[in-house]
Design a protein around this ligand. Structure first.
Ligand SMILES: *[C@@H]1O[C@H](CO)[C@@H](O)[C@H](O)[C@H]1NC(C)=O
Ligand SMILES: *[C@@H]1O[C@H](CO)[C@@H](O)[C@H](O)[C@H]1NC(C)=O
Ligand SMILES: *[C@@H]1O[C@H](CO)[C@@H](O)[C@H](O)[C@H]1NC(C)=O
Ligand SMILES: *[C@@H]1O[C@H](CO)[C@@H](O)[C@H](O)[C@H]1NC(C)=O
Ligand SMILES: *[C@@H]1O[C@H](CO)[C@@H](O)[C@H](O)[C@H]1NC(C)=O
Ligand SMILES: *[C@@H]1O[C@H](CO)[C@@H](O)[C@H](O)[C@H]1NC(C)=O
Ligand SMILES: *[C@@H]1O[C@H](CO)[C@@H](O)[C@H](O)[C@H]1NC(C)=O
Ligand SMILES: *[C@@H]1O[C@H](CO)[C@@H](O)[C@H](O)[C@H]1NC(C)=O
Ligand SMILES: *[C@@H]1O[C@H](CO)[C@@H](O)[C@H](O)[C@H]1NC(C)=O
Ligand SMILES: *[C@@H]1O[C@H](CO)[C@@H](O)[C@H](O)[C@H]1NC(C)=O
Ligand SMILES: *[C@@H]1O[C@H](CO)[C@@H](O)[C@H](O)[C@H]1NC(C)=O
Ligand SMILES: *[C@@H]1O[C@H](CO)[C@@H](O)[C@H](O)[C@H]1NC(C)=O
Ligand SMILES: [Cu+2]
Length: 560
């Protein structure tokens, strides 16, 4: 006993925390929630909106019992977690698992690796992530702690999007009519729309601070369909992390954040003690978007409340179409690339891929659809609109079941044209379709260049890869030039992201090493685009050595 105590004390003194296993129940249920003068029923985890925050230390294990007491299918995705050798817990429906049906349950085991900082979890079943999501907060496991000044407090700040109508009704309507989904009625900060909306004076999130203290804000963007701009009146912030990895700190007076992305920043409460507004609105590079602004309060402890919030000065946010401010912010992200936090950028590429990202249209009988020219809106990668299978691709791969997917997803665009020309001929708007995957050899080093196109309408695409983060080694406007653009790559301190916004009429190059055997989804994190088919799948084969193979499935793996 004493010896164990000694060992324990040694470990504590040495600052080596043994990996802990955290158990949680996620009861998915229907919950009444009222906003913007309208009550409705939403899907929640444990009745909470936003859902519960999970706090862990680097390298820990999380065991979640997901119990579906709602009236619809559900899955839970651990966004940004590598899930090394264990895609069974990754969550995207019909990719790595069949959905958990009403009345069903599924135990997900999540073994963390190097991830540190802020990630999050969300439903990955149709649009239910709208209300089923929460932060995953991962503390560093060493005694040195954070590679930035120690904060006095830490606060999650989740951006969300709100429709007064039922979210499933929004989804079925646009899937049926073939047009754009209805724009939302509000944006949210920590579940609250803020004082600019009707019936919402009380529905305003307030962050209380003390003068002279430092706060670590862990921002998650769960907005469905928009990249967002965020700003706090009279304060600049210091960005220190994104997507579960640290960054070289830089100061900014605004944030740009993509759906799927997280940004950690330090806020110094160093301004005259008062009440200040925080605000967020869409950055929208295409036609239809919600042009409203969500607000929250930053209140110094000694500041008096003010009776009429509409008199509070709002921070000036970039304009909706300010692409320079969007890519200007994202282009500043750099890895620490220090001795304590080294980078491992693949330098020798063994698999080179070029993926076009397009909005498409498909003719409808009698031009009866609600998209352009009466056609149906779709989206594609390399001209392939993804057809969702009716059983999980991972299950089919593991059990060698044929006929669920094909391995002929193209490495390059099937047709070369001027992708970013002002008017892409309508002839090129029609996509092909299929359930196609790319098979990667274990330990291959992949370079993937995303090329935005102007088919139908050019727009930024926040691309998210499951199963591994990647280094963002380059980006630019116009068409990618394979001869000249790689000469300007950043192979020294590129940011390590799981989601990256590919600029409108531009391209982004990423690199990763395929050392995570399994089935991994790649998709646009704008929800309407994934619904239109902007997704594909990588299958990373097993290696030959020990610890290089896919682990077996859990006993309660859901069946279709
Ligand atoms: C909405 O729900 C709240 C509490 O859940 C309730 O107090 C309020 O009366 C409801 N409003 C309407 C319009 O039903
Ligand atoms: C912290 O976690 C990382 C990633 O799991 C691991 O490589 C490292 O050894 C851990 N360090 C300590 C001090 O436990
Ligand atoms: C915030 O900044 C504005 C513009 O610089 C200034 O006029 C205002 O006094 C500041 N607010 C406070 C509370 O200091
Ligand atoms: C926002 O959009 C609505 C309709 O979509 C329009 O009526 C309104 O004028 C716009 N507001 C602003 C501030 O642009
Ligand atoms: C943004 O929109 C405004 C108003 O529609 C327009 O005047 C401006 O030129 C646009 N800016 C860019 C960068 O497209
Ligand atoms: C790069 O990869 C190729 C193919 O695997 C290999 O033949 C070559 O030796 C590698 N070069 C370096 C510098 O590692
Ligand atoms: C592609 O289109 C853009 C926009 O119209 C134009 O500026 C560019 O010169 C074109 N590139 C080529 C190679 O034709
Ligand atoms: C996409 O595929 C469709 C169907 O095969 C074809 O008609 C169209 O020209 C292709 N477009 C591009 C840009 O490759
Ligand atoms: C899929 O492609 C087939 C032709 O291969 C076509 O008949 C069908 O309309 C396409 N469906 C969608 C949804 O794109
Ligand atoms: C993976 O490839 C690298 C070269 O890119 C090589 O140094 C390393 O030994 C390989 N690892 C395995 C497990 O094959
Ligand atoms: C790439 O850039 C070089 C140098 O400007 C140019 O000669 C070449 O034509 C470009 N390639 C493409 C595909 O545009
Ligand atoms: C729920 O999942 C089951 C199993 O995959 C499927 O058969 C059913 O169609 C799904 N229900 C809905 C409404 O999508
Ligand atoms: Cu997209």
């Amino acid at each position: 006993m004493r010896r164990f105590l000694k060992l324990f004390l040694f470990l504590v003194y040495a600052g080596i925390a043994a990996a802990t296993t955290h158990y949680h129940n996620f009861v998915v249920q229907n919950t009444e929630y009222g906003k913007l003068c309208t009550n409705k029923t939403i899907l929640t985890v444990n009745g909470q909106f936003p859902g519960p925050a999970i706090h862990v230390t680097q390298g820990d294990t999380i065991v979640i019992d997901v119990v579906n007491r709602a009236n619809q299918n559900i899955t839970i995705h651990w966004h940004g977690v590598t899930q090394h050798r264990y895609p069974w817990s990754d969550g995207p429906e019909y990719i790595t698992q069949c959905p958990i049906k009403p009345g069903g349950s599924f135990r997900q085991k999540i073994v963390l690796g190097d991830e540190v900082g802020t990630l999050w979890w969300h439903a990955h079943s149709d649009w239910s992530r709208n209300t089923v999501h929460g932060p995953l907060i991962i503390y560093p496991n060493n005694t040195k702690g954070y590679p930035f000044p120690k904060p006095d407090a830490e606060i999650p700040l989740i951006l969300g999007e709100w429709w007064k109508s039922d979210i499933q009704a929004v989804v079925s309507e646009f899937k049926q009519n073939g047009g754009d989904p209805n724009v939302s009625d509000a944006f949210l900060m920590n579940g609250q729309p803020g004082f600019l909306y009707p019936c919402s004076a009380q529905d305003t999130y307030k962050l209380s601070v003390e003068y002279g203290k430092r706060y670590l804000i862990r921002m998650v963007n769960n907005v469905m369909n928009n990249i967002m701009f965020f700003r706090i009146a009279n304060h600049t912030v210091t960005v220190v992390g994104s997507d579960g990895a640290y960054l070289k700190p830089f100061t900014s007076d605004y944030i740009t954040i993509s759906p799927g992305q997280t940004i950690d920043f330090l806020l110094e409460a160093n301004q005259p003690p008062a009440l200040y507004a925080m605000a967020a609105k869409a950055y929208a590079s295409a036609a239809t978007y919600d042009n409203t602004t969500t607000t929250a309060l930053l209140q110094y402890s000694t500041a008096a409340a003010i009776p009429d919030l509409t008199t509070l000065p709002l921070p000036t946010l970039p304009e909706y179409n300010d692409t320079a401010s969007s890519i200007g912010f994202t282009g500043r992200l750099r890895s620490l690339a220090s001795a304590d936090h080294p980078v491992d950028v693949p330098l020798n590429v063994t698999r080179s891929l070029l993926f076009t990202l397009s909005i498409n249209t498909l003719p409808c009988a009698n031009n009866s659809c609600a998209g352009p020219f009466g056609e149906r809106l779709l989206a594609s990668i390399n001209n392939v609109t993804f057809d969702s299978p009716t059983t999980a691709i991972l299950d089919a791969y593991y059990k060698k079941i044929h006929g669920v997917y094909t391995t002929d997803f193209p490495d390059d665009p099937p047709f070369v044209y001027n992708y970013t020309e002002n008017f892409v001929p309508q002839l090129l708007w029609t996509p092909s379709n299929g359930t196609k995957v790319i098979v990667l050899d274990y330990n291959s080093t992949v370079e993937l260049v995303f090329q935005g196109t102007n088919a139908v309408s050019g727009i930024d695409h926040p691309m998210h890869l499951h199963g591994q983060s990647f280094y963002v080694v380059g980006w630019g406007l116009g068409n990618f030039n394979a001869t000249t653009d790689p000469l300007n790559y950043n192979l020294v301190d590129p940011p390590f992201q799981n989601t990256i916004a590919v600029p409108v009429r531009g391209w982004t190059a990423i690199r990763f090493r395929a050392v995570n055997p399994g089935v991994w989804l790649l998709h646009c994190h704008l929800e309407r685009h994934i619904s239109w088919g902007m997704e594909m799948v990588f299958i990373t084969k097993d290696g030959k050595g020990p610890g290089e193979n896919l682990l077996p499935p859990p006993p309660d793996y859901p069946k279709c």
